[in-house]
Ligand binder design. Structure first.
Ligand SMILES: C[S@@+](CC[C@H](N)C(=O)[O-])C[C@H]1O[C@@H](n2cnc3c(N)ncnc32)[C@H](O)[C@@H]1O
Length: 188
């Protein structure tokens, strides 16, 4: 958002376009705006480069649909060149993952002060990357995105400057490397 508001010109030059924003609604808040509205969410933004037709996109679903066809007729001008789209669901079948994902934060069980739940990251990674592709997290902290990437059948590269966190990430990955790669995140 800062890029759009303060650095729009510079950002346009990079040719990255935003295709989707997702909100993670947490069960607890942070003290960011303690004197105004209690902040209980984080943003997830998906940017892409190149033609939209070449961008990997795997719809993510939950098993609670009613019969319905959802169509996107025209692209919103601020969302890049993403064209039309359609998704049909049936009663009790898969429903597209909602753009507001409600999930408990890691508060009380976290290894890192801003650790993200695997169940939040797994469907987002599956959405943006084909199986076997590599996920790079240059600020990987305790390695949540790396673990989610491996569990969803991807490869992962992490970079972390604080050594104790890097060690936590390495330990997590070495422990989970043999689990099956069909991990299904809990997005309820
Ligand atoms: C928001 S946290 C990531 C938390 C992570 N998603 C998790 O679930 O544990 C950002 C991390 O980036 C690391 N970091 C900050 N600047 C960095 C840099 N220049 N190079 C590598 N890591 C950096 C911090 O030490 C911190 O652990």
């Amino acid at each position: 958002m800062r890029m759009f508001l303060e650095h729009a010109q510079e950002f346009a030059a990079t040719r990255w376009k935003m295709s989707q924003d997702v909100v993670w609604e947490k069960h607890n808040g942070s003290s960011f705006h303690a004197d105004r509205v209690r902040r209980v969410h984080e943003h997830v933004l998906h940017f892409y480069r190149g033609p939209w037709s070449k961008v990997w996109k795997q719809p993510q679903t939950t098993p609670d649909a009613v019969a319905k066809t959802a169509r996107r007729k025209a692209r919103p001008p601020h969302m890049g060149d993403i064209g039309g789209g359609e998704f049909t669901s049936y009663d009790g079948g898969p429903r597209l993952l909602r753009s507001v994902v409600r999930m408990r934060s890691m508060h009380g069980r976290a290894r890192h002060p801003t650790e993200k739940p695997i169940g939040l990251l797994a469907p987002l990674i599956r959405y943006v990357a084909a199986p076997g592709e590599t996920i790079i997290d240059p600020f990987c902290g305790s390695g949540s995105a790396l673990e989610a990437a491996l569990l969803t059948g991807h490869r992962a590269i992490g970079i972390e400057s604080h050594e104790p966190y890097a060690e936590i990430a390495a330990l997590r990955l070495s422990q989970n490397i043999f689990l099956n790669d069909n991990y299904s995140g809990d997005a309820s």
